[in-house]
Design a protein. Sequence first.
Length: 457
Amino acid sequence: MNDLYLLFSDYLSSDEIIDDSSKVDSLLRDKRSRFYGRADIVLQPSSVASVQTIVKLCNQYAISITPQGGNTGLCGGAVPDGGVLLSMSRLNRIVNISPADNSITVEAGVTLYQVQQAAISVGRFFPLSLASEGSCQIGGNIACNAGGINVLRYGTMRALVLGLEVVLPNGEIVSHLSPLYKNTTGLDIQQLFIGSEGTLGIITAATLKLFYQPLETQTLWASFNNIEQCIELFHFLQKHSSGRLKSFELIGKNALLISSNDLQQAPPIIDSQDNWHILCELEKSISIDSLPESLYENGFRNIVFAQNEMQSKQWWCLRENISEAQKRYGVSIKHDIAVPIGQLSDFICKNSQRLQELYPESKLVVFGHLGDGSLHYNVFLSNALGNEIYQYENAINQLVYQDVFAHDGTCAAEHGIGLLKRNWLCNMKTEQELSLMRAIKHQLDPNNIMNPNKVYP
Ligand SMILES: Cc1cc2nc3c(=O)[nH]c(=O)nc-3n(C[C@H](O)[C@H](O)[C@H](O)COP(=O)(O)OP(=O)(O)OC[C@H]3O[C@@H](n4cnc5c(N)ncnc54)[C@H](O)[C@@H]3O)c2cc1C
């Protein structure tokens, strides 16, 4: 029994310390057995509190920590060289799944496959897809900013993360598990941890984006003599699929041969001249031709379709002109907010009612990007259509933002913080996030020469 065992056993339950030598052995070796490490102790915390305890003790006694997810990384990143090997496998709960917000919140040790299946169970789709998906974990996927076959259409893991929870090297927790799709409240701290490969902290949970399952996908196989032709096909498909090209995989002749031999399965195209094969997938959405019937069948009645380009442009002009038209109408108190889509209706209903009660002369002008939950939410007062409205600004902001925050929203969806909203920042970032932002700012700009007094409260 070593010193570390004595230290940690005072704080952790016995099942959070792995001492089964065969299990330890498999965790010390990477997937390909390319690397074999050593650890003074292997811990498997079952709660975030345990992770914090471990990290605090390690910080106090200068003990190194190697976080490990599914151990499918191919660079030896999860293989320890002494100290604590921290297996995240027991933090494996699906915390929340919200089809209304198109989001799922999971602990870091949930496997990618489990997330994919949970999404399917509510009629959604989680697009990250890797051959290692049965074993790799969400924490590992984030720590490595994993890619996979659907990046073309959905981006890497970085593009799929909405919120993160991380235990910092000092044991503090930074938790921002928000389903917001937009939030321009200063620095996006979580981006620091995506792709940080366990060097900045322990990822303990994440909120991820979900999508609708594609109605139909079309798989295509092609073979070519040279790569240029493959690239031509790529551009052709991109041009004609309006962004619905999901994957475009290149398979060299030898790779194909090895695989087809192994599977005893003939390739779709056999041509000895061709050195390169392409396997790609396109998502089909609802066919434009059948859209009117589909909408009608699904209960949407009051809908018209633009009959030509001219008509479509005219309709778009109506949308684009709102800002200019507002300017001519008068001065308003403007808000650039985002609220999770699932809470948007409740927010508007409650807040407009409260505004009306307190300011019966108010007129609310709301427009914006409903699809990503962000709105321009502007309040006019019919008895104060000039600059005199600004005497009410603080009170109106208070009224609007209180409800925005109560609905898990942000007051800076698109336009940032600047001077205008810096005093509201502490309502949207935790104290830990704010102090990290300050520390990073201080680190990079100790004399505060860059745009001082902006953003930071
Ligand atoms: C067959 C196969 C196919 C693959 N295909 C792809 C592919 O197409 N695209 C791709 O991107 N990758 C691919 N990979 C690599 C690998 O699966 C990914 O990098 C995956 O994201 C690693 O996840 P993991 O849970 O196994 O992480 P691990 O291997 O356990 O760890 C990887 C790194 O992340 C750190 N880490 C793990 N969990 C945490 C955490 N909770 N907090 C902080 N740091 C943590 C570790 O310290 C280590 O540095 C493939 C691997 C295999 C074996």
